[in-house]
Design a protein around this ligand. Sequence first.
Ligand code: AMP
Ligand code: MG
Length: 398
Amino acid sequence: MFSYQQARELVILRTTALSREAQTESISLLKALGRILAQEILTDRDYPPFDRSIRDGYAVSAVDTQPGATLRCVGELKAGDTPCMRVEPGTCIQIMTGAALPEGADAVIMIEHTQRSGDAVTLDRAVPPGQHVVPRGSEQSAGKTVLVKGTRLGFAQVAAAAQVGAAQIAAYRKPRVAILSTGDEVVEFASTPGPFQIRNSNSVSLAAKVTGLHAEAILLGNAKDTHDDLRAKISAGLAADALVLSGGVSAGKYDLVEPVLREFGAETVFDAVAIRPGKPVVFAVCQGKPVFGLPGNPVSTMVTCDLFVRPAMEILSGAAPTPVPFLEAVLTERMQEKPGLTHFLPAFLEFGDHPRVTPLRWQGSGDVIAMSGANCLLVIPPDRETIDAGERVHVLPR
Ligand code: AMP
Ligand code: MG
């Protein structure tokens, strides 16, 4: 049986091999957060475009400055003004943050280091050339790369694109991900279940996750545990860029997902991973598409989605897969788990200088309510049967 790291590596390898250069679309920068850039973005001019003052004070020639020196203030420059006056020897110009340094000046002395009386400005110190000035082009010169193709656009990246005037950008098209739950007992989440039926929470958690990963979720509803219904709905799902199923992958008599996928020519890459919850997880390649058969217990569905679906979504989006974002925390109570499997347990992480993590009481992998109170998964490695309070453990924030 594969470890989760090996299984993840297989998902990454196989999905990378499948994904052709994703299609691109032109989108408004305001809709671009989280998307993957499909073009290079260049500076349209020097940055800063002029020698920029980064303090409120006086533009001076550094050679004129010394403690006790008095300069005559001959004007004022605020941000946006065109500097048309020169700083001649013995003079200065009042300047605001963001304004362009005038000719003849090479430094700014902060207002706090001066005293003003009429147009006389007395300095309490000398300043070196370049003080509080960011020279033109020092951040980046015109025509240079700001953002490379393949960058995921976070808030700083959209700000950089905005600064250089990239109002419309080319982004990779979002992958379309079909989501199909399975099970005779499963009813639509908006309906009232019979006494022994359950509402479909998996399609909702999967759609939420996939949408959060900047893919487009296509909800195909629920398939009954019959060959015919599974066949029809899997066939529809294979029209998308990827298919994610929940349920029907264990060893039960009505767990038919794998056999039906095989009818479509699927190659099973793995159908068990040494984790709990989520051990019977299936990853297959079918008609050139990645297909995930996630175990139906809702916490298993969420854990396996985080571990295995996520890197595939990143690759199909045109991005490099990101490593599992583990943090370290101190365990607050002793734990004992079955060795041989990596456990991912709902837990509560207290952030701060010394993060602490406490496992939550839960009733196993069907316990969505316990999971909804968790802000992380606590990771117990397969070679540890017990971990003592006070030991450092890995957690996966959610
Ligand atoms: P399965 O993997 O099909 O054996 O399902 C395992 C457990 O997960 C069963 O108790 C199911 O009722 C539950 N389950 C399966 N599908 C869903 C779903 N879509 N939403 C919520 N629970 C589900
Ligand atoms: Mg089932």
